[in-house]
Design a protein around this ligand. Structure first.
Ligand SMILES: [Zn+2]
Length: 134
């Protein structure tokens, strides 16, 4: 892999890259090419901090094949510091400890890559802020 490609992908994997509408200032994650609010196409990259709080959560016992072996697991709506809400699985957490308002941070993980030049599919999860190791 060449260096520019490496850094570009690294940026997507380890930072929460969304979009900001230059017209109305609305923030989006995942990024959009056209602003749904004002139809503007002048979108710029916006890096979210990746921290927020649990807005609501539910414990899931039924899983698809992809998540087999992980049940039960918690899916939460997380409100990012910037005010954007995202739905994601919580990870590295005791299901009994999950509470509304709990501070969390995003971890972005690659799920699979379709060939060398193909699209990369990401999965993002949130973990409690207090487990941060780095
Ligand atoms: Zn807009």
């Amino acid at each position: 892999m060449d260096i520019p490609r490496y850094w570009r992908l690294r940026n997507q994997r380890y930072h929460l890259q969304g979009a900001k509408c230059e017209q109305c200032g609305q923030l989006y994650f995942p990024p959009r090419a056209v602003c749904p609010a004002c139809k503007s196409r002048s979108m710029s990259a916006y890096r979210f901090k990746g921290t927020g709080r649990v807005y609501s959560h539910s414990l899931l016992y039924q899983t698809s094949d992809r998540f087999e072996g992980q049940a039960p697991y918690v899916v939460a709506i997380v409100e990012l510091e910037e005010g954007v809400r995202v739905t994601a699985q919580l990870t590295d957490v005791d299901v009994d400890e999950v509470a509304v308002g709990m501070p969390v941070e995003m971890v972005v993980r690659k799920i699979y890559e379709e060939g060398d030049a193909g699209p990369i599919v990401y999965g993002y999860k949130f973990r409690p802020l207090f487990t941060r190791q780095d």
